[in-house]
Structure formats: C-alpha cells, structure tokens
Design a protein around this ligand. Structure first.
Ligand code: HEM
Length: 494
C-alpha cells in the first residue's frame, strides 16, 4: 500500500491539473485519466483526427497522455498556421527526450528554434544555392543517378526486385553528392553505415514517440532508445569525418558542395553578427549535414516507392505518361526538368502522387513560441501543434473522390496543367517560414527520376505475386509495406 500510494497520488494530481488547464485550449474531446484521448486513436491517427474535426471543427484540443495538443485539420487553418501565424508557430517541441538526443540538444535545423533556427535556415538556403544556383547542377546530378539506376535495372531485367533496396542507392546518391560530393555503388562500408544509422534513428524515433505521450513508459520500454543510441553511435563519427575532410581541403574560391558552402558562412563574422550569434561550431555544421541527408533521402525515396506501387495498381497511367514523353520529347533524348511545362500529364501524376501518398501525413510537430490564435481560437504559448496534412489532402470539400488516385484532377478539359495556386488544400511540404527547404529539389528529383523511369521501363507486379498494399506503415513517415516489382525494358534506348 505504502509503495503504490505515491504513484496513484501523482496520477490524480496530474489529471486534476490537466482537466483544469483545458479551458486554455480550443475545445476538443474530454480526456480520460492517464491516457488522455489515446483511446480515440487507431494505427492511423491522421484518419481519426480528420473524423474528430467533423465534431470539433478544423482546430481542436486533444490530449495525448496528460499533455494537451492542438490538432489543425482544415486547409484554411493549416494555411493560417503555416503562413500568417507561421512566425508564432515555428517552434518544435523542446522537451522530448528522443528529439533532444538526435539533435544534440536541439541545435539542428530541423529541431532548433528562434534566432539559431533562423540562422541555420539562412545558411541552408545559401549553401544549397551555392551548389545549384541555376538549377542546372541539380539537374545534372539527378540525371546521372537516374542513368545509373536504369543501368542497374537493365542488368536485372525481368527479375522480381524488392523496390526499396533497388531504388534506394540512387536517391541517396543525389543528396550525398549535393551535400558532400560522395557517390556510392551501394557496397561501400560508408554507404551501408548511412543506410543503417538512418534506419536505426527512424525506428528509434518512431518507437519512442509513445514516451512523448506517456512519459512514465520510459521506465518500462527502452528498446527505442537503444536503437537511437546505436544509430547515433554510427552517425556521429561519420559526420565528423565528412566535415573534417572538407575542412582539410577547403578552398573559399572553389566551393564544391553544400558542406563547403556552410563552412564558408560559418566563418563569416559579419553574416553571423546579423543574427547576434558569435560562431557556428563543428557540431552545428555536422547537424546541418545530417538534416540535409535525412530530410533529403527518406521522404523522396518513400514518394518514389509509392509511385512504383501506384503504377502497378493503375498501369493505364504508365502508358499515358509514356505516350506523352515520346510524343513531346521523341526517342532521341530524355526529359530534363526544362521539359516540365511541356509534359502536363507527367506533372499531374507527380502532383497527384504528393497529394495521395502523404509521406508526412502529420507534418513535423510544431510548437507555439507565443500565445496565438487559429481560426480565432486561443492557443497558449508552448503548445505542440500538429498540422494534419492527410486531412487536407483528403478533404471532400476540395477534392472529388479524394481516395482515388486520379491525375486528371490536375488538368483542365484540354489537358493543360491547372495552376497549383488554385489548390488551396494541397500542402505536402507545408509552407511559410518553416516549410520544407528542400521542396524545389524534391520536385525536380521526382520529375526527372519518374519521367525517365516510365520512358525506359514498364512496371509490373511479380507473376502470381500480390499487388502492393496501399495502406502504409506509419513511423516518422508513411511508407509502403515492402513489396516486389518487375521493371521490363521498353527497348528504346538511345
Ligand atoms: C517528397 C519530398 C519531401 C517532402 C514531402 C517533404 C516534406 C517536409 C515537411 C512536411 C516538412 C515539415 C515542415 C514543417 O515543419 O512545417 C519538412 C521539413 C524539412 N525538410 Fe522536407 N520534404 C521533402 C524533401 C526534402 C528534401 C529533398 C530535403 C533536403 C534537401 C528536405 C529537407 C527538410 C528539412 C531540413 C526540414 C526541416 C526544416 C525546418 O525545420 O526548418 N526535405 N519536409
């Protein structure tokens, strides 16, 4: 009795305080003791959140454990939250142990806040610009990797391939070349290390998420933290080595890549002073390299992996894309990003991919850094705020039959692209000051990889094999369950 009493008292006091605090947040479901509203969630929380919006409106409070979050579900409120209220909702939850671990105490671009975050954003944009100021270099890098991928697929012609492992190295190589000028054939120890630490960190973050909701669970469940620790142990020496290699050969008159661009700015006192920050340490730079690597790889690879699955499900769209590429470009060359406006059906398939696959269905959690309002509802400073991107991409008020993959919704009656601006309920990269800094690169990668893939190969499911499952696994991103595909060469090589 004496042993159980203090924890019970703790749970009662926490619950009473939590219930008292509810009036400070937008209205939402009433929480149960200890678990809050967890009882309302299935393995697909974005679907549950959308359903609850019918009852509570586009912006409502929701208790994960004894923490009140705000869930934002309508196109209008997500836009307001990203853009008009962007500066007030630009923070990240800063009390989550796993986030603190992976970001070296919140000093990375993806997790930092305030002045440091603004500075890191500026460095990221500038260093990316230095690499590909006229986009031509990005184009070349992606084209090279797409060519390597096609060579590989031809060598394995007709085999039943596990899609993630055959597409993975090419997508990884794009970001590795941009960030630190390395490319891999997939067998090098360094390449295996990158894939391994990213997997361990992602798995660790996904399984420690529950601790954010029920903090006391950490005392029972440590597997996620082990995975994080193992991942970080492989990651950190690698980041250190990459930065040191660059520093050893650094030449300010010959900026080779993103890392060089970041080193250049980190030494620029007048630039740093504008932000009131004296210096960026090696640790900041290492974390920037890491964020580009992680942000640039997983999301893009997952989107391409979903695309292949959709093409197996809806083969007629492969044929229409192929016809368009051949009719517009001919057989003598391959599409480049400059052809984008002349290939409206290909572009429509990519927009529909981004809407339909919802790689980041709940975005990345934000935190309010001051009191603010959304849709006129008060949200106190320090509230974790979730943008339900899945809900706005599946909103029946904006999309006809949203659960159908239909590229034609992006075209007018004459087959011309409809301007993106018209789609108020489409924000795969979010927007505003904290929107994805890699979205131009991501769009370019998707266009080049996918238009070329369709030009050279017909994608099929394995003989007698199942169709890919269209219900994803939710971890840090929403990924397809592992599946196999056959890439049949169209035999029209240049
Ligand atoms: C299909 C591909 C991609 C999708 C769907 C995507 C989506 C997103 C989303 C939803 C966020 C959260 C923004 C927010 O907090 O509101 C984000 C953040 C971020 N993305 Fe992307 N992204 C993609 C590709 C990329 C690429 C290619 C890069 C790198 C070149 C990248 C780097 C980042 C970084 C560094 C952040 C954190 C930014 C910050 O916290 O200030 N992403 N992305």
């Amino acid at each position: 009795m004496a042993i159980t009493f203090p924890p019970i008292l703790y749970f009662i006091i926490t619950y009473v305080n939590h219930v008292r605090s509810l009036k400070r947040y937008p209205k939402g479901p009433f929480p149960l003791p200890v678990i809050g509203n967890l009882n309302l969630l299935s393995p697909h929380p974005y679907v549950d959140f959308k359903r609850l919006a019918k009852q509570y409106g586009g912006v409502y409070g929701f208790s994960l454990g004894m923490n009140r979050y705000v869930i934002v579900n309508s196109a209008e409120s997500v836009r307001e939250g990203c853009s008009k209220k962007g500066p007030q909702i630009a923070g990240r939850p800063n009390d989550v142990e796993s986030y603190i671990m992976v970001s070296r105490n919140m000093i990375s671009l993806g997790f930092s806040e305030g002045t440091l975050w603004k500075l890191l954003r500026k460095v990221t944009h500038s260093a990316l610009k230095v690499y590909g100021s006229n986009l031509e270099r990005f184009n070349e890098t992606i084209v090279t990797e797409s060519e390597h991928l096609h060579k590989l697929l031809r060598e394995m012609e007709g085999e039943e391939l596990e899609t993630l492992s055959c597409l993975g190295p090419s997508v990884l190589n794009v970001i590795c070349q941009i960030v630190f000028s390395s490319r891999y054939n997939g067998n090098e120890a360094e390449c295996k290390d990158i894939i391994k630490f990213q997997r361990l960190v992602f798995d660790g973050l996904a399984t420690t998420d529950i601790v954010m909701v029920l903090p006391w669970i950490r005392y029972f469940k440590s597997q996620g933290y082990e995975s994080l620790k193992d991942g970080i142990e492989i990651r950190d020496p690698f980041l250190k080595r990459k930065l040191q290699e660059h520093k050893n050969n650094f030449d300010a008159d010959n900026i080779r890549d993103f890392t060089d661009g970041a080193i250049l700015l980190a030494d620029n006192k007048s630039f740093l002073n504008k932000f009131g920050i004296d210096r960026l340490t090696d640790s900041h730079l290492e974390m920037m390299i890491n964020d580009m690597l992680v942000g640039g790889n997983e999301t893009t690879l997952t989107s391409i992996n979903w695309f292949v699955a959709y093409m197996i499900h809806w083969p007629r769209y492969q044929e229409i894309m192929y016809e368009e590429v051949i009719n517009v470009i001919g057989f003598d060359r391959y599409p480049t990003y400059a052809d984008k406006n002349d290939l409206p059906f290909v572009s429509a398939c990519i927009s529909e991919l981004l809407r339909f696959c919802n790689v980041a269905p709940l975005g990345v959690p934000r935190r309010t850094t001051e009191d603010c309002t959304l849709e006129g509802k008060d949200i106190p400073k320090g509230t974790t705020t979730i943008f339900n991107l899945w809900a706005i991409h599946m909103d029946e008020d904006y999309w006809i039959n949203p659960k159908e993959f239909n590229p034609y919704r992006w075209l007018d009656e004459d087959g011309n692209s409809i301007e993106m601006k018209q789609y108020k309920s489409f924000l795969p990269f979010t927007a505003g000051p904290r929107g994805c800094p890699g979205q131009d690169l991501a769009r370019m990668e998707l266009f080049i990889f996918l238009s070329r893939l369709i030009r050279d190969f017909r994608i099929e499911k394995p003989e007698n094999g199942p169709l890919p499952d269209l219900v994803g696994n939710l971890g840090i991103t929403l990924t397809p369950k592992p599946y196999k595909a056959k890439f049949i060469s169209r035999n029209n090589n240049i």
